[in-house]
Design a protein around this ligand. Structure first.
Ligand SMILES: Nc1ncnc2c1ncn2[C@@H]1O[C@H](COP(=O)(O)OP(=O)(O)OP(=O)(O)O)[C@@H](O)[C@H]1O
Length: 302
């Protein structure tokens, strides 16, 4: 059952299309990720879903309702994460929760919510004095306070340290496990791979791919990554003759080659033929990161 349906969404600014025919649907109960380079149109898309921007074309339904025409009902269904600037630094955690609860007809009891999010001890602390991770947890609490069926989280873990990020991932999984659908905009591939049931890669205003993280990895031409430091540099000419998808040179002369099983064998044969020895050889499965780079390769040049 789809809880969000977006079809043929278009939005232009100054005549330039920034969202150019985006179609996807989010099933109830899943974590659906939106990935893409800077400026790809991710925020514009989710803000249209939230009813914060007016599309030029296309249809959006949230729980069967139109975010613009049925604004009040959609607000009850869909919890949106606030922007950092939406909260005054001096407001306390308790005041923010009470204020946002007052916007809803059927707010969640915030006491269990703050317990679950580890904020119970911080109720009288001012927003500006919270750590980055605590601020993000407060944003999750405020997005959930109206008892929504779906929550939109945009770049929630940006700026958090690795511990804070992992803690937040766990919370997002708990939110999903409690029955709330999550629409997650992220720049972090590891985050999308770990959390998302399905991912839409948005590139230059269009959906470049939509699949499960494993599906996207499987679809990419490179299934395997081989990397090593050779005893002498391999030239582009030597590499160009092999069945490889792409390669890249990193610091310390490390060569990173993307390809498949045939590529591994071809590289090993070349090394043997040329009597080149290697250090720090690693052969790993491709990740969502590799698949994403393949899908959005132009973004590096632009
Ligand atoms: N209100 C606006 N007026 C004019 N241009 C806008 C407006 N909002 C967004 N844009 C432009 O539309 C494009 C897409 O922006 P959007 O914020 O949707 O991208 P994004 O994928 O979320 O990027 P990021 O990952 O950098 O947040 C950008 O080039 C941006 O500059």
């Amino acid at each position: 059952m789809a809880i969000i349906e977006v079809s043929g969404l278009r939005k232009r600014y100054g005549g330039r299309p920034v969202v150019d025919g985006v179609t996807f649907s989010v099933d109830e109960g899943e974590i659906f990720g939106i990935l893409g380079p800077n400026g790809a149109g991710k925020t514009t898309t989710v803000e249209c879903v939230e009813g914060l921007r007016v599309p030029d074309e296309g249809q959006i339904r949230v729980g069967g309702l139109d975010p613009l025409a049925d604004r009040r009902e959609v607000t009850e269904l869909l919890g949106a994460q606030l922007q950092q600037s939406a909260l005054q630094p001096k407001i306390t955690v308790r005041e923010a929760l009470e204020l946002y609860a007052s916007f809803y007809r059927r707010p969640a009891a915030w006491q269990p919510l703050v317990e679950r999010l580890g904020l119970a001890e911080r109720l009288d602390v001012r927003f500006g004095k919270l750590s980055g991770g605590q601020q993000q947890r407060l944003f999750i609490a405020l997005a959930l306070i109206g008892n929504p069926r779906v929550v939109v989280l945009d770049e929630l873990t940006t700026g958090l340290d690795p511990h804070g990020r992992r803690e937040t991932w766990q919370l997002i999984e708990e939110v999903r496990d409690s029955g709330v659908t999550v629409l997650l905009v992220t720049h972090f591939m590891e985050e999308a791979q770990r959390l998302c049931d399905r991912v839409a890669v948005i590139d230059r205003g269009r959906v470049a791919a939509l699949d499960t993280p494993d599906g996207l990895i499987g679809r990419s031409a490179a299934s395997t990554v081989i990397s090593f430091v050779p005893s002498r540099p391999l030239s582009d000419d030597e590499l160009a003759g092999l069945p490889l998808v792409r390669w890249d040179r990193r610091k310390d002369d490390r060569l990173v080659i993307e390809g498949d099983d045939a590529s591994v064998n071809a590289v090993i044969a070349l090394l043997a033929r040329q009597r080149i020895t290697v250090r720090q050889l690693r052969v790993t499965d491709a990740t969502l990161d590799d698949a994403y780079l393949g899908l959005t390769a132009h973004a590096k040049e632009s």
